[in-house]
Design a protein around this ligand. Structure first.
Ligand SMILES: [Fe+2]
Ligand SMILES: [Fe+2]
Length: 295
């Protein structure tokens, strides 16, 4: 496909998003939750009313809230209580995360790629993003977690909308015996699809009417410094978590030729090597916790 013009590329992205109605439509209840929280006149009672209609979602949210990952001093027994303690926005983000699991289902696509591997990678990046957020005292743990969970969702768009081309891509991408790519997957995506998973992911977040910060992360997790300074912090966090997860060998990593973390990005976050090592040390148990909660 070569270098697609901007108009061609917009059409390619649009048709991919349209072609995946089954992935592009989040469960109706999740869309309702997003709408409600974006509406400034909504109250905790409104959110409670919606979530209470779905007992399975209710119990999953409480499981997340009560997990050691949250570290709350006491068990929370009701959604109302969770909203009071964590806030409307946090419970919304947890509810969305809890409903995303099913999007990552699907068998092995080819020897090097499966939705399962991408899911393992995504929950490791989600766990790492939350740890980074806590370490840096940014106060956005739920947003960081959800952004990490969704950062590579553009690959699921490709898998759903252009399955055969994605298989072709992984057949053509040179990969060494340790599963390390020897060429840039993004260049291969641009050549084969006319766009890459960052753009598909950002378009999906826009279609879902997620807050803009999520399109920045999905759209720029490989080059966060290309974002304006005021929009780049969360993308930098997910960039670091992406590399930490891959260094520790959690699932999919074919879009990273190197897992090295740029000094410029550590400086941007104001992080030192010692803090980074702290996150590395905490990642395995944070991953286990999330894995157990979301399965
Ligand atoms: Fe990626
Ligand atoms: Fe990734």
């Amino acid at each position: 496909m070569g270098a697609a013009s901007n108009t061609d590329q917009a059409a390619i992205i649009d048709s991919a998003i349209k072609g995946i109605s089954h992935i592009a439509s989040l469960p109706e209840i999740t869309l309702k939750i997003i709408e409600l929280v974006e509406d400034p006149s909504s109250t905790a009672q409104d959110l409670h009313k919606i979530i209470s209609n779905d007992p399975a979602l209710c119990s999953r949210i409480l499981k997340v809230v009560n997990s050691a990952f949250y570290g709350l001093p006491r068990q929370i027994g009701s959604i109302n209580r969770a909203i009071v303690l964590l806030g409307l926005n946090a419970v919304k983000n947890i509810a969305i995360a809890a409903s995303l699991t099913k999007l990552f289902r699907g068998g092995d696509l080819c020897p090097h790629f499966s939705a399962r591997k991408l899911w393992i990678h995504s929950i490791a990046v989600a766990a790492g993003s939350k740890l980074l957020c806590d370490e840096l005292n940014l106060g956005l743990p739920d947003e960081a977690f959800l952004a990490g969970l969704m950062h590579d969702i553009g690959i699921m768009v490709e898998m759903q909308a252009m399955r055969n081309e994605l298989i072709q891509l992984f057949e053509e991408l040179p990969i060494d015996g340790d599963g390390v790519p020897l060429a840039d997957m993004i260049e291969h995506e641009d050549r084969i699809f006319g766009a890459n998973h960052q753009q598909f992911g950002a378009a999906l977040c826009d279609t879902w009417k997620f807050p803009k910060s999520f399109s920045y992360v999905t759209g720029h997790h490989h080059d966060p410094m290309s974002l304006p300074k005021s929009n780049r912090r969360l993308a930098c966090i997910v960039y670091v978590a992406d590399r930490l997860a891959s260094q520790a060998d959690y699932g999919f990593r074919l879009d990273l030729q190197s897992t090295e973390i740029s000094q410029e990005i550590l400086d941007e976050l104001g992080m030192n090597e010692e803090q980074l090592q702290g996150i590395r040390d905490g990642l395995a148990s944070a991953y286990e916790e999330v894995e157990a909660t979301f399965n």
